[in-house]
Design a protein around this ligand. Structure first.
Ligand SMILES: *[C@@H]1O[C@H](CO)[C@@H](O)[C@H](O)[C@H]1NC(C)=O
Ligand SMILES: *[C@@H]1O[C@H](CO)[C@@H](O)[C@H](O)[C@H]1NC(C)=O
Ligand SMILES: *[C@@H]1O[C@H](CO)[C@@H](O)[C@H](O)[C@H]1NC(C)=O
Ligand SMILES: *[C@@H]1O[C@H](CO)[C@@H](O)[C@H](O)[C@H]1NC(C)=O
Ligand SMILES: *[C@@H]1O[C@H](CO)[C@@H](O)[C@H](O)[C@H]1NC(C)=O
Length: 444
């Protein structure tokens, strides 16, 4: 850790470490997510010759690539070799219509404002959704200000299609809808299940036990709404849905094959990936390395490789047969000084959205957004972008803060300072992810 605050007076340093402690303690307690570094290293990489690797290849029979698990280790670690992912080869130039949301209509539905609307929101009741997660059920865990449930997203130049649960089920009839990603994506999946489940009789629906792949089934519609835990998209040592709090992240930067064998059969796919790349350097274990020799790369560089391997898979999708969405970065609200200069808190006790148009916090990394833009623009008609970053940036009031279940007992010094253990990363339900799902519905 760099002590870049060294020249400043002691107070900010303390606040800084305190905040790191805070983030660490939330995330450490959180079985399903991460430790985030506030300042990830975009270390300059100099003069490394670039070579290109074809991703998603089954390696030669003479050495079967081992599947990574949480016990995988690196035999040794060397400097990044400069290998990149080649994935644009099988992209043929395509006309600019179909597939991608924005081109279906002229209105940018991601640009707009939050409007208080307690007559049509929330779209479901927290207590009436049997699949609600204790990490997201804020009212149940003591939150008494409920305005966070009453906001509607209003695009500037058009209206969102009004949520209609029966119409949504008709779109899903005979289909598999699968969310693939991290705990933010799992929150969106729970939101979708809660939005959908109320109209299905109890004996006609089921939820499979919690595993890497969790499946909600609705018999009458012969449809499923599923969640696959794959926080880094590519194969990694963090793919266990419960035990993934590991010191070192090890990824196979050139392969989504393990996960793709599961998601391949879905009809509608919703991917996300971001926060897991914000925790410092990542170890790369290329499929061709027989002796577990790893390389090390900064988080964003590693994410770019993973996005490449994923994009190579996505570039082969027939958009008439499969819908693929990518959800952009979910913002965090860890530093209230960003919306309230001089204030040293976080999302704790925030009760209303930010109304400054275009507000953007430091948790949403612009270089990452540019990299994702770049990948997705090449995939153009294959993948629809759910650009939820800006609209969610406004919602400093939407996080659980202290109103969720924490996995480990809280210490007295934490309890006496609620901001110290607030979760400003995930989102309360009903809440912001419901709107992300309304956007999915809008584009289906
Ligand atoms: C909606 O909010 C308004 C203003 O806060 C309040 O007067 C009204 O009773 C609320 N309606 C419902 C249905 O809660
Ligand atoms: C939520 O519950 C309240 C009463 O508890 C009820 O009036 C309301 O209609 C319910 N809302 C939905 C969306 O089911
Ligand atoms: C149910 O959906 C699956 C695809 O998810 C399909 O293969 C199967 O034929 C469907 N069954 C019926 C009875 O429609
Ligand atoms: C580590 O390297 C040694 C030789 O360099 C090799 O024999 C061994 O199989 C490697 N371990 C793994 C897990 O690949
Ligand atoms: C998402 O929207 C932001 C503006 O809010 C824009 O800068 C960015 O390029 C968009 N990203 C994608 C992938 O569409």
């Amino acid at each position: 850790m760099k002590l870049w605050n060294r020249k400043k007076p002691h107070f900010p340093v303390l606040v800084f470490f305190f905040s790191l402690f805070l983030v660490f303690s939330i995330l450490h307690n959180e079985r399903s997510i991460l430790q985030i570094q506030d300042h990830p290293d975009h270390a300059p990489r100099h003069h490394i010759p670039v070579t290109y690797v074809k991703p998603n290849r089954l390696t030669h029979q003479n050495h079967v690539t081992e599947v990574l698990d949480r016990f995988s280790t690196c035999n040794s670690t060397r400097e990044y070799s400069g290998r990149k992912i080649a994935w644009t080869d099988n992209l043929t130039p395509e006309p600019l219509h179909g597939g991608r949301g924005e081109s279906l209509e002229s209105c940018d539905v991601f640009s707009g404002k939050w409007v208080y609307d307690n007559s049509s929101y929330p779209l479901y009741n927290e207590s009436e959704c049997p699949y609600m997660s204790d990490q997201l059920a804020c009212h149940k865990h003591g939150r008494s200000d409920l305005d966070y449930q009453y906001w509607r997203w209003q695009p500037h130049n058009c209206n969102l299609k009004r949520w209609n649960v029966i119409d949504m089920w008709e779109k899903l009839r005979g289909k598999r809808l699968m969310f693939v990603g991290d705990s933010l994506n799992r929150g969106q999946w729970i939101s979708m299940v809660c939005l959908l489940q109320s109209v299905i009789p109890k004996d006609k629906r089921s939820m499979s036990p919690n595993a890497a792949l969790t499946i909600f089934r609705a018999e009458e519609y012969n449809a499923t709404v599923e969640f696959l835990w794959a926080p880094l998209l590519v194969e990694s040592n963090s793919d266990d849905p419960v035990n993934h709090r590991l010191e070192d992240r090890i990824i196979r930067p050139d392969s989504v094959l393990k996960h793709a064998s599961i998601w391949e059969n879905a009809d509608i796919l919703i991917f996300n990936s971001y926060l897991w790349w914000r925790q410092g350097p990542v170890k790369l274990l290329w499929s061709t390395e027989a002796n577990s020799v790893c390389e090390e790369l900064d988080g964003m560089g590693a994410m770019e490789l993973a996005m490449g391997a994923w994009a190579e898979w996505a570039s082969k999708v027939d958009p008439l047969k499969k819908r693929v969405f990518f959800v952009t970065m979910s913002p965090t609200h860890l530093w209230s000084r960003e919306w309230k200069p001089g204030n040293e808190g976080n999302c704790y006790s925030e009760k209303s959205p930010i109304d400054l148009e275009g507000y953007w916090g430091s948790g949403s990394d612009l270089p990452t957004m540019n990299m994702v833009d770049n990948v997705l623009s090449k995939l153009n008609s294959k993948v629809s972008v759910l650009n939820i970053t800006q609209l969610s940036e406004y919602r400093k009031d939407g996080h659980p803060s202290i109103y969720r279940k924490f996995w480990e007992a809280l210490k007295p010094e934490q309890l006496s300072n609620p901001a110290s253990y607030s979760d400003c990363i995930h989102w309360c339900l009903p809440g912001v992810p419901d709107v992300w799902n309304e956007l999915v519905y809008h584009f289906l």
